[in-house]
Design a protein around this ligand. Structure first.
Ligand code: NDP
Ligand code: 2IT
Length: 448
């Protein structure tokens, strides 16, 4: 049977089994839509029912997270961990704490992570987890009590050779610290069970910067295919969290001008560019005071755009670094009409299918999240290696490894797209290159 027919049938089954899980179905459809030609060329994947297996998480865990706020009131949240695929190594992927976190969103993230981690060239399986807890407006003590309760259950399911979580939206250094402390207390083990740890107790240099730096390195590789570089390029960035912050830093280092940031309340437009000094203000605002991006506009006298995303600001390159589906079909049209021709996704699945379709049709330089933002998890992989070696590499060593990994990821996507007849289509390239690696490992390991 033709490959495309098989992918269609599998998608129908996935839709039935995961009814209403819009984000998960969106992520699965995009991958399956790329795989027809791979199945045509490799009937062994069809015979072994690799597709049917790869869309089903190996295990999913859902649990109650009770905690008490500062006034003594009790709250109950819902925790999750999707242990999606361990063909290439222990499950690996972040934890998201956000009120919208649900089975569909965390499952799509786990599914994407499988292919992303395969692309990093490092031995990591894929997983994702999180909770519908909202850290906004909570005291440090409330966040700590929540994290301790969350880890009290999660610690039964993870371990340095089993499943190694890290950060994502709403989970940064503070939360990783509280969760690590609780894991250690219950298990009586000091191990590399989480990544994104602080530098003085097992963290890796550059992990904090890695996703943002990686998304810019990836874009730089795309630009090189047209003999271009970042000098003088106007770049829009969404979000103002971990990924956005270090995207801006690396853009500045490479001679580009980053002109926007945002949060869930609105965006700022700074046509003069967010230089190092202004970025230092953002880091303090977001990571210490935990304030709103509007304060940037107040402080530096630039435009604040309440309730608006940055996509109508004229730019050469866009770095969506906030959340899923933040660029819809209209935003994509506006970006393209304004001359944007480079998109590197720091966020996971930030572009809707209608947006992606336009980027592919216009043949712009488009780096999908599972390739462009893989620098974060890749550096988590480097943190795991250092923990196993009980050694720390220097900043320069880790940055160089990260840079080389991003070059390798781009090359794999570029080559796979070409091999399967869609030159320049890095969506197809990323899905195919990631899939083949995982599928071959699954074949080697028998019917599991
Ligand atoms: P942070 O929590 O540090 O920052 C998230 C930013 O995105 C904040 O500015 C937040 O605004 C904004 N945001 C979140 N949800 C929404 C929403 N629904 N609508 C509008 N804005 C929103 O998270 P990260 O920077 O770590 O993550 C950003 C993206 O990058 C996510 O898609 C994540 O999955 C992806 N990613 C992260 C990696 C990492 O290493 N951290 C690695 C690879 C991908 P507000 O504060 O108002 O909520
Ligand atoms: O989406 C992602 O790749 C992450 N949030 C980082 C995962 C990790 O394990 O570092």
């Amino acid at each position: 049977m033709a490959g495309n027919k098989i992918t269609q049938q599998v998608f129908e089954q996935v839709t039935k089994r995961n009814s209403g899980e819009v984000e998960f179905l969106q992520a699965v459809k995009e991958v399956l839509d790329s795989l027809g030609p791979v199945l045509d060329k490799n009937p062994k994947y069809v015979d072994a029912k690799i597709l049917e297996r790869i869309v089903e998480p190996e295990r999913q865990i859902m649990f109650r997270v009770p905690w008490q706020d500062d006034k003594g009131e009790i709250h109950v949240n819902r925790g999750f961990r999707f242990e999606f695929n361990s063909a290439l190594g222990p499950y690996k992927g972040g934890l998201r704490f956000h009120p919208t976190a649900n089975a569909s969103i965390l499952k799509f993230l786990g599914f994407e992570q499988v292919f992303k981690n395969a692309l990093t060239t490092l031995p990591m399986g894929g997983g994702k987890g999180g909770c519908d807890f909202d850290p906004k407006g909570k005291s440090d003590n409330e966040v700590m009590r929540f994290c301790q309760s969350f880890m009290t259950e999660l610690c039964k399911h993870i371990g340095p050779n089993t499943d190694v979580p890290a950060g994502d939206i709403g989970v940064g250094g503070r939360e990783i610290g509280f969760m690590f402390g609780q894991y250690k207390r219950i298990r009586n083990e000091f191990t590399g069970v989480l990544t994104g740890k602080a530098l003085n107790w097992g963290g890796s240099l550059i992990r904090t910067e890695a996703t943002g730096y990686g998304a810019v390195y990836f874009a730089d590789e795309m630009l090189k295919t047209r003999n271009e570089n970042f000098k003088g390029k106007i770049c829009t960035v969404s979000g103002s969290g971990n990924v956005a912050q270090y995207t801006v830093e690396k853009l500045n280092q490479l001679g580009a001008k980053a002109v926007s940031l945002s949060d869930s309340a609105g965006s700022i437009h700074d046509p003069d560019g967010i230089d190092a000094e202004k970025l230092a203000f953002v880091l303090e605002l977001k990571n210490v005071r935990r304030g709103r991006i509007k304060e940037y506009a107040d402080k530096f006298g630039v435009e604040y755009r309440a309730g608006k995303k940055p996509w109508d600001i004229k730019c050469d390159c866009a770095f969506p670094s906030a959340t899923q589906n933040e660029i819809d079909g209209n935003d994509a049209k506006t970006l393209l009409d304004n001359g944007c021709y480079v998109i590197s996704e720091g966020a996971n699945m930030p572009s809707t299918p209608e947006a992606v379709e336009q980027f592919i049709a216009k043949k712009i330089l488009y780096g999908p999240g599972k390739a462009a933002n893989a620098g974060g998890v890749a550096t988590s992989g480097l943190e795991m290696s250092q923990n196993s070696l009980r050694l720390s590499w220097t900043r320069e060593e880790v940055d160089e490894k990260l840079h080389n990994i991003m070059i390798a990821i781009h090359q794999q996507c570029f080559d796979a797209a070409k091999e399967y007849g869609q030159p320049g289509n890095l969506v197809a390239g990323a899905n195919i290159a990631g899939f083949v690696k995982v599928a071959d490992a699954m074949l080697d390991q028998g019917l599991v």
